[in-house]
Design a protein around this ligand. Structure first.
Ligand code: CA
Length: 233
């Protein structure tokens, strides 16, 4: 397993590197947020350990950059004790886990192992509902085998809804997912996005039901009458 460690505290870096290398893992270390932005997009990493407070670009900017560019590697954030709001923001921005400093190195190793297990389980994962398929590796949405073009934001929302198809997706989860693109994402924006997606889904045999005051449920629509297919945009 190859891990990208981004941390500017030299002593902490050394401690972490040693602990991870004892597990037989390979560790590449960066102490600078700007460099980390490009490096994290390289495909060779299985995991990243990312400090929030970094020189030049902070960890949050780095994480957003990675996710916006489609990097799916699991990311564990390192945060200081007083960075609670950053931690929440980090999870919303696409972090998979976090540890608050100071932490136990054995705990870090255990968390990384768990993240790797989870990541391995979702390799080549494909989500399906009705005749709609979302390939999580390529972020490609298809309907009866035909590519459906959507913005990265719409794909992210589609993924969230498909992962919980048939179950309630709370508004807060949608805000969490979409605010990695827009910092000031509000409840009203959720309604706008869902409305837009609902219109697109109508032609694809999938409906988004509103559960007033709580959120949304994605369901396959009943099969359309013959001749109705191909209508809409
Ligand atoms: Ca730091």
């Amino acid at each position: 397993m190859r891990i990208l460690l981004v941390e500017d505290d030299g002593a902490l870096c050394l401690g972490i590197s040693r602990a991870l290398e004892r597990e037989g893992w390979r560790v590449d270390v960066l102490a600078d947020g700007q460099q980390a932005m490009a490096e994290g997009l390289e495909a060779q990493y299985d995991l990243a350990v990312l400090d929030l407070g970094l020189p030049r670009r902070d960890g949050m900017e780095v994480l957003r950059h990675w996710r916006n560019r489609g990097a799916r590697l699991p990311v564990l954030l390192l945060t200081a004790r007083d960075e609670l709001s950053d931690r929440v923001q980090g999870l919303n921005a696409g972090a998979d886990d976090y540890l608050t400093k100071p932490f136990d190195l054995a705990e870090l190793v255990a968390r990384l192992r768990a993240l790797k297990r989870r990541a391995d389980g979702r390799i080549d994962e494909v989500l399906r509902i009705g005749e709609l398929t979302l390939d999580l590796a390529t972020r490609e949405l298809t309907h009866r085998g035909e590519r459906v073009r959507m913005s990265p934001r719409e794909i992210a929302l589609t993924q969230l809804l498909m992962q919980r198809a048939g179950r309630l997706v709370p508004k807060e989860s949608i805000i969490g997912t979409l605010s990695s693109w827009e910092a000031d994402f509000s409840e009203n924006s959720v309604e706008v996005y869902v409305h837009r997606l609902r219109k697109r889904f109508a032609a694809l045999g999938v409906t988004i039901k509103t559960v007033r005051g709580f959120g949304y449920v994605l369901e396959a629509a009943p099969a359309p009458a013959a001749g109705a297919a191909g209508a809409g945009d």
